[in-house]
Design a protein around this ligand. Structure first.
Ligand code: PMP
Length: 404
């Protein structure tokens, strides 16, 4: 049984009020709230273990290293990677994509080579490629979508050429909630001999992800969107790929030996982890993954699916409601506008009712251009949201829309 009251008690912040109203937190796409066990993992480690990892002979350093490496194993299990060598810790999805874009373009791409992305990408899966485009003269090709917010797979297939070197797309859109057919899209790319990076920032918190089943070559996600701490994320890469790619940053940890004549690099995954890692953050991330695993990713997905279905139905009761993203396979993200009401006005007035939503372009300006709008109001759900909260949201939207 999905015991929502018990789950909510694990998140102290959900009990607070804003403007004298109970907080209704519907900005989970931006970041999620943290359960007590995640926050406690941070304070516990600082209070009782803290020491730099991988370096010390002393007891605390060894204990911190064990915790850090056990966390890598927890991440491996969570996304079903073959080996923990395939789990690189980063600061988040953005850094994971930048790492790969830099390393991949440096070693695998020449002027005129192509990367395929989709029209619904977050800026963090566009700009790193544009930086490489400026450096190396590589070319971006864009998968279009239909008005329901579904990628056009026939058009995708047509984008491949002998110059295509990589495909990189979001598993789930942070604006539309569209769950892209990742496994099928990977198979298409592989049929052309092209590897794939999946941006899993918005999928990992909401569904069971199995990188081997997807057959993704690379997969990126952020800890803070899956109830973990800020500042820690993951780049998964198939070992045969990571072995081939050069380091991204240089420094301590990532080397085997250094002289002024020649430096040799450490083995995987340390080759990609220059400097002191956020070892406190990785412990807390592992706690978060254990927490959601104990509830069950399938149960979380079912709960959020029902919330989304209910919210779509309730929101459509408001006159002038326009919802962006009505894909057949949609996760718990609802972007909308009502009549001519500016998204910022709607968001600000909902905030006064205690409802936290996001407004604006959601770091996806090319998608806004495609839809002919400047921004939307976005409600995004997490494992602790309830139908009662959706009722308050629907009533809030109705109330705001009558003010205009
Ligand atoms: N990709 C997608 C689809 C996202 O939603 C986000 C966060 N909004 C990112 C990438 C970037 O994640 P982060 O800011 O944690 O690096």
């Amino acid at each position: 049984m999905y015991d929502i009251q018990k789950i909510r008690e694990d998140f102290p912040i959900l009990g607070r009020e804003v403007y004298g109203k109970p907080l209704i937190y519907l900005d989970n796409g931006a970041t999620t709230q943290k359960p007590r066990c995640v926050v406690e993992a941070i304070t516990d480690e600082y209070y009782s273990v803290n020491a730099n990892v991988h370096r010390g002979v002393h007891f605390l350093s060894q204990q911190a290293t064990e915790l850090h490496e056990a966390s890598r194993e927890t991440v491996r299990r969570f996304i079903n990677a073959r080996s923990s060598n395939e789990i690189v810790f980063t600061r988040g999805t953005t850094e994971s994509i930048n790492l790969l874009a830099s390393s991949f373009a440096d070693s695998q791409m020449k002027e005129g080579d192509e990367v395929i992305v989709s029209v619904m990408e977050h800026h963090s899966n566009i700009v790193p490629w544009q930086l490489q485009a400026a450096r190396k003269g590589i070319v971006l090709k864009v998968i279009p979508m239909n008005d329901r917010g579904e990628l056009l797979l026939d058009e995708y297939e047509k984008l491949f050429s002998e110059r295509t070197k990589l495909v990189s797309f979001a598993h789930v859109s942070n604006v539309l909630g569209t769950v892209n057919p990742a496994k099928e899209m990977v198979a298409t790319a592989h049929a052309h001999g092209v590897p794939v990076l999946i941006d899993g920032a918005q999928s990992v918190p909401h569904m069971k992800v199995d990188v081997q089943d997807l057959d993704a070559d690379f997969f990126a996600f952020s800890g803070h969107k899956v109830y973990g701490p800020t500042g820690v994320g993951v780049l998964y890469g198939k070992e045969e790929w990571l072995d081939k790619l050069p380091p991204y940053q240089g420094g301590g940890e990532m080397i085997q030996s250094v002289s002024f004549e020649k430096t040799t690099f450490n083995e995987l995954p340390f080759k990609f982890e220059a400097g002191t890692p956020d070892y406190i953050g990785t412990t807390a991330l592992a706690k978060a993954l254990d927490y959601v695993s104990a509830i069950g990713m399938e149960n979380i997905a079912a709960h959020e699916h029902e919330l989304t279905r209910y919210a779509m139905q309730r929101l459509k009761e408001t006159d002038g409601m326009r919802i962006f993203g009505e894909a057949g396979n949609k996760s718990g993200v609802i972007s909308f506008l009502v009549g001519n009401i500016h998204h910022l006005d709607m968001g600000t007035l909902l905030d006064r009712l205690g409802i936290a939503v996001r407004t604006g372009h959601h770091c996806a300006q090319p998608l806004m251009i495609r839809m002919g709008i400047e921004g939307t109001v976005r409600a995004s759900f997490g494992l602790y949201n309830t139908k009662e909260e959706i009722d308050v949201l629907a009533a809030g939207i109705e109330r705001v829309s009558r003010m205009f």
